[in-house]
Design a protein around this ligand. Structure first.
Ligand code: PLP
Length: 390
């Protein structure tokens, strides 16, 4: 018999005790209203400034109708993976619409953005290759790199000099650079024009995860790549999710025909998982239409972003360098961020504190997100409440 040194249960107890003592224990609060500018928690109405429902589509009547139609047509579950018998005409139509919208040859749907990202490095790279990521990349991209056979290096946040240094003389056969289009906890955009130049010069592929830009940025919601006027050659592969601006769930990767074919042939998070429920694909087709038809949503959102930034600056609040719907206020200590969040809650405003390990130590923040469903009056209420607290 192999004697065990530590009991698993004891180790867990110790860990939970530590998290609780340091004030970093996370709780899942129970909500019972749809996503929207006002939600209810513990019988208290709160103006909600923490969802990623940037265009206010998660509870849009047209999407609710589309989802119901999708269920009527296809039932609830997909029943199998895409390669067995779970791939429907709804999935196919969504992929076609995504190609048209992004100007790319082919797209493939994944059940979530996390799973889409996990597939990227392993599908494209091997042992002799290298993947580079921004230090502040989303956890799913970091995990994708860690779980792959390729070497992994992280460059300083939005720093193309640091990126270039790492690419130069790295000796790898194939090179892949991965970045958020809009950084999820900071709201700043990756300098994609500069990054794509470095990639071209260094013969590396650029992959952009545009979870927070897709639907929000660019003339017709095409995202960060469209915002910067880049081509499909500048950015080899585009990944984005449906769970944020599109208000549904799931994700896609789009690129050249044979590259996407390779994902269908070998991406384990596509092959060994049940396909996205068809009704969700069906509803996402409608969401993509609304993104293009209702330009006013982006215009209103950006008016609110300006209102918030100007107001926050006048009040001397610790605003970040962000022009997007993600407007973090840097607080610093985890306990202070949590306390400020509690005080806002008392004033009827929901802003969750983001603390380590999601963000680096000493950079705890209030991650405020604005959506097209908010009103100017609600943003004023937020500023009034913050003014007295921060
Ligand atoms: C939310 C998010 C993901 C994960 O997408 P899901 O569909 O929620 O799994 C991936 N990347 C970024 C940058 C995100 O913000």
């Amino acid at each position: 018999m192999c004697p065990q040194k530590t009991d698993i249960r004891d180790a867990i107890k110790l860990n939970i005790g530590h998290i609780t003592q340091s004030g970093l224990k996370r709780v899942r609060r129970v909500h019972d209203t749809p996503q929207g500018p006002v939600i209810r928690l513990n019988n208290k109405n709160l103006i909600n400034f923490c969802s990623n429902d940037y265009l206010g589509l998660a509870n849009h009547p047209a999407l609710i109708t589309a989802m119901k139609q999708g269920v009527d047509q296809y039932g609830v579950g997909a029943g199998a993976s895409q390669l067995i018998c779970g791939y429907t005409a709804a999935h196919e139509k969504l992929e076609e619409r995504l190609c048209a919208f992004t100007g790319r040859q082919k797209a493939v749907i994944f059940s979530s953005g996390y799973m889409a990202n996990l597939s990227i490095v392993n599908t494209l790279l091997d042992r002799a290759d290298m993947v580079l990521g921004d230090r502040l990349n989303h956890a799913s991209m970091i995990d994708a790199a860690r779980m792959s056979r390729a070497k992994f290096r992280r460059y300083r946040h939005v720093d193309t000099v640091s990126l270039r240094d790492l690419l130069q003389g790295c000796g790898a056969e194939k090179k892949l650079v991965m970045t958020d289009g809009v950084f999820s906890m900071d709201g700043d955009m990756a300098p994609l024009p500069d990054i794509s130049l470095v990639c071209a010069e260094m013969n590396a592929w650029l992959v952009v995860d545009d979870a927070h830009g897709f639907g929000v940025l660019g003339e017709n919601g095409g995202g960060t790549v469209q915002h910067f006027g880049l081509t499909t050659e500048d950015v080899s592969l585009l990944m984005a999710t449906f769970g944020k601006a599109l208000g549904t769930a799931g994700a896609f990767i789009a690129g050249d025909e044979e590259v996407i074919e390779q994902f269908i042939q070998s991406a384990r998070t596509l092959i060994y998982t049940t396909a996205l429920p068809p009704a969700l694909a069906y509803a996402s087709v409608r969401a993509l239409e609304i993104v293009q038809e209702e330009k006013w949503r982006r215009e209103h959102l950006f008016a609110l972003i300006n209102q918030f930034k100007n107001g926050a600056r006048e009040l001397g609040l610790p605003v970040a360098n962000s022009d997007t719907a993600i407007q973090p206020l840097l607080i610093g200590a985890a306990e202070k961020a949590a306390e400020t969040s509690r005080q806002l809650f008392e004033k009827g405003i929901n802003v969750v504190a983001i603390r380590p390990p999601t963000v680096p130590n000493g950079t705890s923040r209030l991650r405020i997100t604005l959506t097209a469903a908010h009103s100017e009056a609600q943003v004023d209420q937020l500023l009034d409440a913050l003014c007295a607290l921060v």
